[in-house]
Structure formats: structure tokens, C-alpha cells
Design a protein around this ligand. Structure first.
Ligand code: ZN
Length: 294
């Protein structure tokens, strides 16, 4: 099954895995939440219009969720790699590409040139996209395994951290490629993080109909926080405390935001650092330091 310490348990479909190195986030994290017993860390980098989230488990595994930016600049080389070097990460146990849009994967090749990436996880629709040929050819050249995941897949090897794939469903043929984004539910210490990729109306309906409990303390807003007519239904099911938006847009999102939640944007934060365990959640930004600890 999996080499290294991490594997993937699939309820219905495919297998996966991940890994990691050490992690050390910029600066010191303060607040009520202490290091005792470990913590799950989530870092969302400012990559402009794009996405890059690093998930680090207490047992030392690194999962990268997306690595891309709209435009020609090499976000892997110029932004993500320097951050990983700074934090002491040398191995990515699994790189999950939510879907085949350049702003979610065009930084990955430069990371593979510089770091050990044990495997790349994708949705099955990617293989039907002409846009994916270049990436798949590159991964083949570099001998990086590619594995397909769909709803029901579950990563293991992460200690007490649970990572479940909630989307796409096995029968995703009728969905737009945005709506086939890999959606992950990450849980640790009674805390939940939902990473939504670029799902839009259809994907949200599919998720709501899936039967999964979508409650999560933290949600990465679908499709960079852009307008989605039914996103309020998703937020009503998730009931998030924090909504993270990976964007360079200054669009007013307040109409879509549920009462009592705090919205944080990567382009304002520089980077968002979240640390969570059963004691609470600590949120820091690169630009402004600690935002909240509870
Ligand atoms: Zn996107």
C-alpha cells in the first residue's frame, strides 16, 4: 500500500498517500492553544487569483492542496518553494490538485523540480481534459505517481487526523470541471476544515445531497469567494467560524457570509496560518500577526 508513513484507505475507490517533513511556521504562534498533544496546521498563501494550502499533521505529514496562480508567473518557484524552504519542508507526502485549471496546478512542476513529491492526487475527470496532457506528461517523466480519488477515499497514515474526499462523486460525468473539484474534509481534535476547490452551484448541490456531515470550523470558500447563487446553503450546512478566501479580489462578500463568521482573505493577510486542536483554534496572518485565538 503506501510507502512512507502515509497511506490512503479507500472506502470505494482508489488509494493515496502523503508525507512530510518538519514544519515551522513563520514566527511564534501565541494564544490559548498550546503545543501539548500537537496541532493540525493549515497555511494558505497569497498566490493572487489561485490557490495553495498546506496541511500539516501533528505526526509530521505534509499535504499540499493546489499550487497555482492565474497568469504567467511561476508561483511554484517564486512563492511556494521559498515558503516551504523557510518552514523546513522538504517532502510533500501528497499534492492534491483540486481540478485541472491552471490557477490550481501551474506551480506544481517547479515544486516537483525542487522537492520530493511522493504522489499527486487528482480527480478522474482530469484525464479527459486536453489541458492536463502537459502536466501528466511531466509527472510521468519525473516518475511521480498519479492517483485518482473520488468520494469515499480516505487518507491514512496521518495519525489522528482524518482526511476524507467528499467530491467528486463516482458518477461525476454531468458536472462541469469546476464542480468536479476534489473537496476535502479534514478533521482533528474535534475541529474540521473543509477545502472546496472551485465547486459552484452544481457541486454545492451534490455535496449537500451527499449525506456527509459538512459541519466544519473552517471552510475555504468555493471558487475564490466569487458569487455563487447557493453558497449560503453550503455555509448553512457547514456553519463555519472562519471563511478563508484565496483571491486577489476586493469584491464585497458580506452578503454571502453567515452571521458570526470571520472572513479572511489571502491577499490581505499575505498568508493565513491556522493551528487547531481540541483546545481551540489560533489564527495568524503574515501581515498583521495574531487575529484571534479561542
Ligand atoms: Zn480557480
Amino acid at each position: 500500500m503506501l510507502r512512507g508513513a502515509v497511506g490512503l484507505r479507500l472506502a470505494y475507490a482508489v488509494g493515496i498517500c502523503l508525507v512530510v517533513g518538519n514544519i515551522y511556521v513563520y514566527g511564534r504562534i501565541t494564544g490559548a492553544l498550546t503545543e501539548g498533544g500537537g496541532a493540525l496546521r493549515l497555511t494558505c498563501l497569497d498566490v493572487g487569483h489561485g490557490n495553495c494550502a498546506l496541511v500539516q499533521s501533528p505526526n509530521g505529514k505534509n499535504i499540499l492542496y493546489d499550487a497555482g496562480k492565474r497568469g504567467q508567473s511561476d508561483v511554484g518557484k517564486n512563492v511556494i518553494a521559498p515558503f516551504l524552504w523557510h518552514t523546513g519542508v522538504s517532502t510533500i507526502d501528497a499534492a492534491v490538485i483540486s481540478h485541472i485549471d491552471a490557477d490550481h496546478y501551474n506551480g506544481l512542476p517547479s515544486l516537483i523540480e525542487r522537492f520530493r513529491v511522493r504522489k499527486v492526487l487528482v480527480n478522474g475527470q482530469l484525464f479527459h481534459s486536453p489541458d492536463a496532457r502537459g502536466l501528466l506528461g511531466f509527472l510521468a517523466d519525473k516518475d511521480v505517481p498519479v492517483e485518482v480519488v473520488e468520494r469515499g477515499a480516505e487518507l491514512d497514515g496521518l495519525g489522528d487526523v482524518s482526511v476524507k474526499v467528499l467530491n467528486p462523486p463516482g458518477n461525476a460525468g454531468g458536472l462541469s470541471h469546476n464542480d468536479t473539484s476534489c473537496v476535502l474534509m479534514i478533521e482533528y481534535g474535534g475541529r474540521g476544515v473543509l477545502l472546496c476547490g472551485d465547486i459552484q452551484e452544481q457541486g454545492i448541490e451534490v455535496l449537500l445531497d451527499s449525506g456527509y456531515d459538512l459541519k466544519a470550523d473552517v471552510v475555504q470558500s468555493p471558487h475564490h469567494g466569487g458569487y455563487i447563487s447557493n453558497v449560503a446553503k453550503l455555509y448553512a450546512a457547514v456553519r463555519p467560524q472562519y471563511i478563508l478566501v484565496s483571491t486577489d479580489s476586493t469584491e464585497d462578500l458580506s452578503a454571502q457570509r453567515p452571521e458570526g463568521s470571520l472572513t479572511l482573505r489571502t491577499h490581505e493577510a499575505g498568508a493565513l496560518f491556522l493551528k487547531m486542536n481540541k483546545q481551540g483554534i489560533n489564527v495568524r496572518t503574515f501581515n498583521d500577526g495574531e487575529v484571534v485565538s479561542d
